[in-house]
Design a protein. Structure first.
Length: 103
């Protein structure tokens, strides 16, 4: 038989567990915000919401992945150049010129 005290105790434990989870999530979001600011992402969350912060983080993470994909499509074999819109990096240019002079 369940008494009123046990129901109240379970409710309190549940509320405490939820508060703990919210506190952990807030601490993690605050840490992400600090990391993003240190990484040069500027005022990531000024006036924004937690969802805005998370969307910014997703874009920030996806940006280098898009750069690598574009470089591979340009035929750079996966090595990085400072700017993605460069058609050929210096190493590729020298390889092309070297192969042309061999012909």
């Amino acid at each position: 038989m369940i008494g009123p005290n046990s129901i109240e105790t379970r409710r309190k434990q549940h509320a405490d567990a939820q508060k703990c989870q919210r506190d952990r999530m807030k601490a993690a979001l605050d840490q992400i915000e600090r990391i993003m600011k240190m990484g040069g992402a500027g005022n990531v969350r000024t006036g924004g919401t937690k969802a805005d912060l998370l969307e910014t983080v997703v874009e920030y993470i996806q940006h280098p992945q898009k750069q690598v994909k574009e470089l591979r499509e340009l035929g750079h074999g996966g090595h990085a150049t400072p700017e993605v819109d460069v058609k050929r990096c210096a190493r590729c240019q020298s390889q092309i010129q070297g192969s042309m002079s061999e012909d």
